[in-house]
Design a protein around this ligand. Structure first.
Ligand code: FMN
Length: 167
């Protein structure tokens, strides 16, 4: 695996998120949870290169995100679309060893207690630096409310990029 600096990233963030999707993973290889996500972004904030993602409090992954200093964003190629569909429709609450059941191999990331997957073509390791719950009183476009029939507003996690690993 090659370690990239954020400025060496030559991929389109819109395709990465909206088309490819990613796995958000928190916890260590022996006790972690992962879920598919397609909302989030990359950017620059407080002088740091960051990624942000959003997790509803109803997700099993939410509890792991809350407990973890680090989380990872893993991108897989098209051969693994089945694993992404699996991790996006099954909950770790009722699927023991969810990542293994999806056919993924959990390995320790470069930060202790972080998990990446051997099958990932690119993994971004993030240090949690900021969280904020989406607040519907700030929805300026009323159509945004249609995403929340159960009022389970996402928590946004901003993570400082500490490493990018590419196969
Ligand atoms: C393409 C796709 C994108 C998704 N994006 C998100 C997201 O950005 N945030 C979120 O909370 N859930 C998202 N989900 C839903 C979770 O992946 C799904 O509810 C998953 O089963 C949660 O697993 P968990 O309970 O083990 O955490 C997405 C699902 C799919 C299929």
């Amino acid at each position: 695996m090659t370690r990239l600096q954020p400025r060496q990233l030559d991929e389109n963030p819109f395709s990465l998120l909206a088309d490819d999707w990613m796995l958000i993973t928190a916890g260590g290889p022996s006790d972690h949870n992962t879920m598919t996500a397609s909302w989030g972004g990359v950017g620059h904030m407080w002088g740091k290169d960051v990624c942000w993602c959003v997790v509803r409090p109803t997700r099993c992954t939410f509890d792991y995100m809350e407990r973890s200093r680090f989380h990872t964003l893993c991108f897989l190629d098209e051969d693994h679309r089945g694993a992404l569909n699996f991790c996006g429709t099954r909950s770790g609450r009722d699927t023991p060893s969810k990542s293994a059941a999806a056919g993924l191999t959990a390995i320790e990331g470069p930060e202790p207690g972080s998990t990446i997957f051997r099958e990932a073509r690119m993994s971004i390791i993030c240090r949690k630096i900021y969280t904020q719950d989406l607040d519907p009183t700030h929805f300026l476009d009323p159509s945004l409310q249609t995403f929340y029939p159960h009022q389970d507003y996402h928590r946004m996690y901003m993570g400082e990029i500490v490493a990018i690993l590419r196969q």
